[in-house]
Design a binder for this molecule. Structure first.
Ligand code: ADA
Length: 564
């Protein structure tokens, strides 16, 4: 299951084995084992710190046209079928696929060489304050295709004169060597399995696009609008969602289909407010790394759900996917629970020098492209983020921010854009974004009273071009080692973390013109051994739960402060 609902009634999936044959390829490591996919190879005790290449192999019986899709391989994948190279992909957090044409009906061998090493080739996965795991860490799917298929559809709800409309873009690909004339029907439904309306006996709208003429081997986009009177809005309190059933036909026969989910909600920026269906948002949230003690970044659905329960248990209403696009099943859970999501393209703390890596432009643009192309319809995502704490205080960095923000806006004009800055007095990119966001750590990295500190910082942000825009404190927090309690109230105790968090939350939530706070961070996460010294256990210990999700005192302090 790679989504929390059915995405096809026509297109069929070909089963893949649950265990793949793993071979460690690094010099001096002789290891072969059948391992679950998806998983991190670091879940194997003897490979818990493995850096380098592995091969993962699986067999599948199929033929004809098919599509092989990887939801995430960390961090570089080189894929082949029966020894024939299909291609490679960089970036652990983005979906990629290969269309296989006219395959002989037989048993075939899929091979994936994974690599989580650092070097010139990798501009985004670098030694960092989080860990780049190894493996096929998100689901893989193999689907049977006919002559053409729907790559994706982007559904944009628009509130016009008091009632909802949809603007839908479909991307259709012809995988044959001859032109195709097709028709496309899109039907709104309250169910993913059938077209129906559970809220009334009136059918929900549908639309027909009858003039699809696809040249041989071409992929093209088609747009339609749908008037949707009498539908329920998507709100945090009542996260009502709808399904759009798209059916591709040739001469009246089904060729392919795609079902996706969305919610009738609209996000706007107005002055210093972020409006959700016209009401100002009040953000109380957490930064969450996809990282779990036994599973690494390949977090199982049960553990994702446990995170949602624990996060909601504090009264939080927002999650920032620091610092990369997340697994779609987690985003589906956020949709189901009406949580606000700040999703961001992959990058953390890159200097101008690192942004000059010859691969950076292409790799950062790919992360933006994959994030928006495949996560567009999630109603929980209210803002696109990018380049966390990168060199937004340099001219070179500004050109990178400018290029990627332009790309984001070209892919989605319906959501605001932001990035989390740490360039205190020298940020030169605040004019580029819709929402200004800053990471501060008063009381942890520097002993300053929070309220005064934030007020002084806000003045500087105004001078740097942030005045008149919404402000989010996108990171603030303190560290604690789980189980370390002491009446000395010293740093790293749970007691100290709880005290600082109370002061920080109070200061932010009482800061005029601030839309809210996203605490750093929800859970402890693994970091590179080489990361700077103060990372006890080679973890970033600022979670309010540890890597096993055991609550620290800070969990209860946040719960009290968020629910005041
Ligand atoms: C930065 C960064 C986070 C984390 C944090 C910390 O704000 O964005 O990824 O490194 O600092 O714990 O210091």
């Amino acid at each position: 299951m790679y989504r929390l609902f059915s995405t096809h009634n026509v297109r069929s999936s070909i089963s893949l084995p649950a265990l793949w044959k793993l071979t460690a390829l690094e010099e001096g490591v002789s290891f072969q084992e059948k391992v679950p996919v998806p998983s991190c190879i670091e879940s194997i005790p003897s490979l818990s710190s493995y850096k380098g290449k592995c091969e993962l192999q699986a067999k599948a019986h199929f033929g004809g046209n098919a599509r092989l899709t990887f939801k995430g391989v960390s961090h570089t994948a080189t894929v082949s079928l029966d020894g024939r190279p299909l291609g490679s992909h960089y970036g652990a957090y983005g979906e990629f696929s290969f269309v296989l044409k006219n395959i002989e009906n037989n048993t075939h061998v899929i091979s994936v060489i994974t690599d989580n090493s650092y070097g010139e080739e990798s501009s985004l996965h670098v030694e960092n304050d989080y860990y780049s795991y190894n493996g096929i860490t998100r689901p893989v799917l193999l689907e049977q295709l006919e002559q053409a298929y729907l790559q994706w559809m982007h559904i944009t709800p628009i509130l016009k004169d008091g009632h909802w409309q949809l603007e839908v873009v479909f991307r259709v690909e012809n995988i044959t060597e001859k032109p195709l004339s097709l028709t496309l029907k899109a039907s709104l439904s309250t169910s993913d399995t059938i077209v129906t309306n559970e809220h009334s006996d009136q059918p929900l709208p549908s639309v027909d696009i009858s003039d699809i003429c696809l040249p041989a081997g071409a992929a093209q986009e088609y747009t339609c609008t749908m008037d949707c009177p009498d539908v329920l809005s998507y709100t945090p309190e009542a996260p009502e969602m709808y399904y759009l059933h798209a059916l591709l036909q040739k001469d009246g026969h089904p060729v392919d289909d795609l079902i996706d989910r969305f919610g009738f909600r609209q996000v706007e920026v107005k002055g210093t407010d972020i409006l959700w269906n016209g009401s100002p948002m009040r953000i109380k949230g957490f930064n969450r790394h996809e990282d779990y003690a036994e599973f690494g970044c390949s977090v199982p659905l049960t553990a994702m759900h446990r995170d949602i329960m624990l996060i909601k248990g504090t009264g939080a209403n927002c999650i920032r996917t620091c610092h990369y696009p997340n697994d779609e099943r987690f985003l589906d859970l956020c949709d189901e629970h009406g949580l606000f999501v700040w999703e961001e393209a992959h990058a953390r703390g890159l200097s101008a020098e690192q942004m000059k890596n010859p691969n950076f432009d292409e790799q950062s643009a790919l992360s933006v492209h994959e994030m928006i192309t495949f996560h567009y319809n999630h109603p929980s995502i209210f803002v696109w983020g990018l380049l966390n704490e990168c060199a937004s205080d340099t001219e070179y960095g500004r050109r990178c921010y400018e290029r990627l923000i332009t790309q984001i806006r070209s892919l989605d004009s319906s959501r605001p854009v932001t990035f989390a800055s740490c360039r205190f007095d020298h940020d030169i990119c605040l004019d580029l974004v819709d929402i200004v966001s800053y990471n501060f750590y008063p009381g942890w990295y520097h002993k300053t009273p929070c309220s005064e500190f934030l007020a002084e910082r806000q003045e500087v942000i105004h001078k740097l071009g942030g005045e008149g825009k919404p402000l989010i404190i996108s990171e603030i927090g303190a560290g604690a080692i789980y189980g370390y309690r002491s009446n000395t109230n010293s740093k790293w105790t749970e007691d100290y973390q709880a005290e600082i968090l109370r002061e920080q939350i109070d200061a932010v939530l009482n800061l005029p013109g601030c839309s809210g706070v996203i605490l750093w961070q929800y859970c402890d996460c693994r970091v590179d051994e080489s990361w700077f010294s103060n990372r006890p256990k080679s973890q970033n210990n600022k979670g309010i739960v540890d890597m096993y999700r055991r609550e620290k005192l800070g969990y209860y302090a946040v719960k009290e402060a968020f629910q005041k």
